[in-house]
Write a protein that binds this ligand. Structure first.
Ligand SMILES: [Zn+2]
Length: 375
């Protein structure tokens, strides 16, 4: 599902840059750790304010470093004409939302390796600047820390657990050698799971050895890696299962169409309460002009439902997406995920022929795998 817990910062190279709210928590924690822990230990007898200011500057520059790492991936993707939908900076670092899978192993490898290379280059750059900064103690401290943290960032991301960059590098290598993306994905997933377990094991071992905080962190990272690998493998299984099947096989031919001047209140009285419909096609003179879901109606206060027409809240224009009966079912599902919707109208020769919902896909999957279909 599309998540809205982000703040839009601006665009770089046409790519929207966003921060997840969780990042602010990390910002505060990091500033605090640096101001009361790292800096006072490494550089003694400064005024307290200086530690805090330096801590905050460091956290911001770390943010810039993570952003540059992500831009490294994006620049390579854009070079190969692969669209990057957004870059989101969140609690674990950053995510570049690259729209499609890379067309071949070499390109996937180059996109994946670009981020860690940027981090290592930044590590080297700050390492050099350290010598220039030598006479100014706070500046020296800052350069030292940034050199260190960028190298750690690059190295951490090279851990071969999917979906970390190292996992992608590993998958690209197996893909390149075997020529088989499916086998590469499942092998990368298994390695990711193994590494996740290894982290959890080491973390728990450290907790028992008395290093509680570090152990907890390592175990937490392991848990995250294991979860990511598992979801990657689930996705692969789903893709295998859906391969070769079309929207027309799974869609329901039944859909409810309503007129443009229907009010939300009419809709509730006539359709939603009565039949439990999930979405409505808005048609004018036999032409589809929009799609309405109960979710959209909740954006209007209940006392204004009788004065609000469906055309005022429906999805319309370019935001209204269609699929065709011949569209690959996997592609349709990917499109739903990308746009954060639960249904897509199915059009053929300019006419609507049905609806495809997530439920349709799930019950189709049940039929495919021989499981009983509910109702
Ligand atoms: Zn990366």
């Amino acid at each position: 599902m599309k998540q809205q817990r982000v703040i839009f910062l601006g665009r770089i190279l046409g790519i929207p840059i966003e921060i997840d709210y969780s990042w602010f928590l990390v910002f505060v924690l990091l500033t605090w750790t640096l101001a009361v822990g790292y800096y006072p230990q490494a550089f003694k007898h400064w005024p307290v304010v200086e530690y805090w200011v330096l801590g905050a500057i460091t956290a911001v520059l770390l943010f810039v470093s993570v952003l540059l790492h992500e831009l490294g991936h994006s620049v390579v993707a854009l070079h190969y004409k692969i669209r990057v939908r957004s870059i989101t900076l969140f609690i674990f670092g950053g995510i570049s939302q690259i729209v499609s899978d890379p067309p071949n192993a070499k390109i996937e490898f180059l996109i994946a390796i670009a981020g860690p290379l940027v981090s290592f280059a930044l590590g080297g750059l700050f390492g050099l600047l350290r010598y220039l900064a030598e006479p100014v103690a706070p500046l020296l401290a800052l350069m030292e820390y940034l050199a260190y943290i960028n190298v750690i960032l690059g190295a951490f991301n090279l851990i071969p657990g999917f979906p970390l960059d190292g996992g992608r590098v590993f998958r690209a290598a197996v893909w390149g050698i075997t020529g088989n993306l499916r086998r590469a994905t499942s092998l990368a997933g298994n390695v990711g799971t193994a590494i996740g377990y290894l982290f959890i094991f080491v973390g728990v071992w450290q907790i028992f050895a008395g290093d509680f905080i570090n152990g907890l962190w390592i175990a937490f990272i392991g848990w995250f890696l294991d979860g990511a690998a598992a979801s990657q493998m689930r996705q692969q299984r789903l893709q295998d299962l859906l391969a070769g099947h079309r929207v027309g096989d799974a869609m329901s031919r039944r859909y409810v169409s309503i007129l443009p001047d229907t009010t939300l209140q009419d809709l509730v009285d006539e359709h939603i309460l009565g039949n439990g419909e999930r979405s409505f096609i808005v048609e004018r003179d036999g032409k589809v002009i929009g799609l309405l879901t109960p979710h959209l109606m909740t954006t209007v206060p209940r006392n204004r439902w009788s004065a609000t027409k469906v055309t005022q809240v429906m999805i319309s224009g370019a935001a209204l997406r269609f699929v065709q009966p011949g569209t690959d079912l996997w592609q349709a599902l990917t499109a739903m995920d990308r746009d954060g919707v639960n249904q897509l109208p199915v059009m053929s020769a300019g006419r609507i022929v049905g609806m495809l919902t997530r439920e349709d896909i799930i019950s189709y999957l049940r039929t495919l795998s021989g499981l009983p279909v509910p109702n």
